[in-house]
Design a protein around this ligand. Structure first.
Ligand code: EPZ
Length: 417
């Protein structure tokens, strides 16, 4: 296992290009199962979770031709229908093969994802939706068995907004017999991007980007070429990097409209944010001031940006309250920030943060993807040296983060643990 060694106190300056969105690439790759024609995706980030889903798809019999930042997937030879525990336990998003497998092949056996550091990760809404579409669902030794002769359109209302739940059922409904209506659907840009790909493949989908999505099933889908949207969470992470180090960074290749909640919250905290067509310039010439943050499904403040914002608030002037409303246990970064001298008190799903003038470098441990990003950000701002261990968490969701940070002047090095 590697660790990152960061010498703090350097202001990030310059330009950085963000990669394609992990959380758009993963459902897009699962969508290849819906057709035997080739699906070519561009701007696919080279990171751990993408490698995992390629392994899973290859296990099912998909042919994957991987390019520099593209992949072409051919599901003509699929002859396996089981997503094994050894793969699903490392990445919950593996559950995204469930809907496409049942829709196209009438069967699937997918390991239940189990929990992870940020809390239980149930898929009950995925399963109840497929049942409403006529699938027979059973549980067997930690696996979900799903069977259906042909899925039928249905009206499905989600108890809570679920991103991968919406994506799974949108893919399943694309090949179902009849019309499916998803109520209280997720509106994240990654859902919209998947719908754009499905549309290119011949699916008939309306209402994307709203909480009511209507899908008229078709007999079969074609191949397509699709460029994945930029990663809004990577973009937000660099925005906070500029702010927390008192730097001036221009982030290229992003879509500012996907970051409205983050941009306005940073501006409220006194950070400079300037929007271009496909770029964002972020600067700070002093400490931010404390602001209150409450995570919420899109277009609210993204839960995937909560840990990064907390690192900034830990160095801000004044106090802030950060409330996590999406996941049960997404404060695993707090204990590590405390070891760096942060002043944070967690009560239930709220973290009360009192900013300190300077964090102190320390050895810290990553526990989940975005928590590890917040520790890197804290290390960039801290005085002294911070070593972040278990960076495989970071490698799941960020492509070449240390190379990009080095390009912005950071003193950061990857060393074997
Ligand atoms: C997606 O996860 C993202 N992952 C997560 O990003 C992100 O944090 C999350 O959406 C929220 O935005 C991918 O897109 C691959 P949910 P997902 O289903 O779909 C409850 C990252 O860092 N729920 O939207 O798994 C659930 O417990 C990752 O890149 C049910 O109760 O999240 C949670 O409280 C982390 N039953 C809430 O809904 C279900 O069947 C939102 O979960 C499904 C979800």
């Amino acid at each position: 296992m590697d660790k990152l060694v960061i010498k703090g106190g350097v202001s990030l300056r310059g330009e950085v290009e963000v990669s394609g969105a992990k959380n758009a690439a993963l459902p897009a790759m699962a969508a290849c199962l819906l057709t035997d024609a080739p699906v070519s995706l561009e701007r696919v980030p080279r990171l751990g979770d993408v490698r995992t889903i390629i392994t899973l798809l290859s296990h099912l019999g998909v042919r994957a031709d991987v390019g520099q930042d593209s992949v072409t997937l051919r599901a003509a030879g699929v002859d396996q229908f089981e997503a094994p525990y050894r793969l699903v336990k490392t990445m919950r998003a593996s559950v995204l093969v469930l809907g496409p497998l049942v829709a196209r092949f009438g069967r699937a056996r997918v390991s239940l994802p189990g929990g992870c550091a940020i809390g239980p990760r149930p898929i009950n809404l995925h399963l109840s939706g497929l049942e409403k579409m006529g699938a027979e669902i059973s549980l067997d030794a930690g696996y979900v068995e799903a069977k259906a002769s042909r899925l039928k359109g249905a009206r499905i209302a989600f108890d809570v907004q679920t991103v991968t739940g919406t994506e799974n059922l949108m893919m399943a409904a694309s090949l179902a017999d009849g019309v499916t209506v998803l109520e209280n659907a997720a509106c994240e840009p990654e859902v919209t991007d998947l719908a754009a790909l499905l549309g290119r493949m011949g699916a008939r989908i309306d209402g994307v980007g709203t909480s009511t999505i209507t899908i008229e099933g078709v007999e079969n889908l074609q191949g397509a070429l699709h460029e994945v949207i930029p990663d809004r969470i990577e973009t937000g992470t660099f925005m906070v990097g500029a702010a927390i180090t008192g730097g001036d960074v221009t982030i290229n290749g992003c879509l500012p409209r996907h970051l409205e909640a983050v941009s306005s919250k940073l501006q409220e905290a006194g950070v400079g944010v300037e929007e271009g067509d496909r770029s964002l310039r972020v600067w700070a010439d002093g400490p931010a001031h404390g602001v209150h943050v409450r995570t919420h499904p899109y277009p609210g403040f993204a839960t995937d940006m909560q840990a990064q914002m907390m690192a900034l608030m830990a160095t801000a002037e004044g106090t802030s309250v950060i409330t996590e409303t999406v996941f049960d246990n997404r404060f695993t970064h707090v204990n590590e920030l405390l070891r760096m001298g942060a002043n944070i008190k967690v009560v239930g799903n709220a973290a009360f943060v009192r900013g300190v003038p300077r964090l102190l470098g320390a050895p810290v441990m990553a526990t989940d993807l975005r928590a590890s990003a917040s520790l890197v950000l804290a290390g960039l701002a801290a005085s002294g040296v911070t070593t972040v261990s278990r960076v495989y968490h970071l490698d799941r969701g960020y492509e070449a983060l240390e190379r990009k940070l080095l390009g912005l002047g950071a003193s950061i090095e990857r060393v074997p643990e």
